[in-house]
Design a protein around this ligand. Structure first.
Ligand code: SAM
Length: 162
């Protein structure tokens, strides 16, 4: 199992796992896999019948996937949770964990453009490959929003999407 402490230090690790009251033979979903800190502890509490299905839309998180047959990592936005749980026959779930936000890895990687302390492109996309097909032809990053799209056009786009 790959314990990647440099990627992200999980917040409220033991409190959140305790809150899940894990059934060792249950099926769990970690919606924000990141460095796998929470997933690692969940897997440790499962027996051979248990399963963990994890999501992360950032392809960088794939480097942290566990080689464990009880574990599945889906490189997608968790908005598609229901579809993927059906696909992987992971319903019904016994518990869901979501550690929302960005990871230390995303903040600390200059070319991701999340931190102002680095010189780098103003990007801020979490899913660098997937955003393109959400918004068709535009490779949307913060730079494009500010420099290329007019604010009014952008607002119209957001309102249409919601
Ligand atoms: C705070 S980190 C999670 C860290 C993780 N719990 C750990 O222990 O390493 C949040 C992660 O969720 C992912 N994420 C945020 N919103 C997402 C979404 N809507 N769908 C899929 N992944 C998302 C980010 O890419 C990031 O890797």
């Amino acid at each position: 199992m790959n314990e990647n402490r440099m990627y992200h230090l999980p917040a409220l690790l033991h409190e959140s796992i305790e809150g899940l009251s894990i059934n060792p033979a249950g099926i769990y979903a970690d919606l924000t896999f990141g460095g796998g800190g929470h997933s690692h502890v969940i897997l440790d509490k499962l027996n051979n019948d248990g399963r963990l299905i994890a999501f992360d839309q950032d392809e960088d998180s794939l480097q942290n996937a566990f080689d464990d047959e009880r574990f599945t990592l889906v490189n997608e936005n968790f908005r598609y949770l229901k579809n993927f749980l059906r696909l992987h026959k992971a319903l019904p779930l016994d518990g869901i964990l979501a550690d929302l936000g960005i990871s230390s890895h995303q903040i600390d990687t200059p070319e991701r453009g999340f931190a102002t302390r680095f010189e780098g492109p103003l990007d801020m996309r979490m899913a660098r490959s997937q955003v393109q097909h959400v918004l068709k032809d535009h490779s949307i990053c913060v730079w494009h929003v500010i420099r290329v799209l007019q604010p009014r056009k952008w607002l119209t786009l957001i309102l249409k999407k919601n």
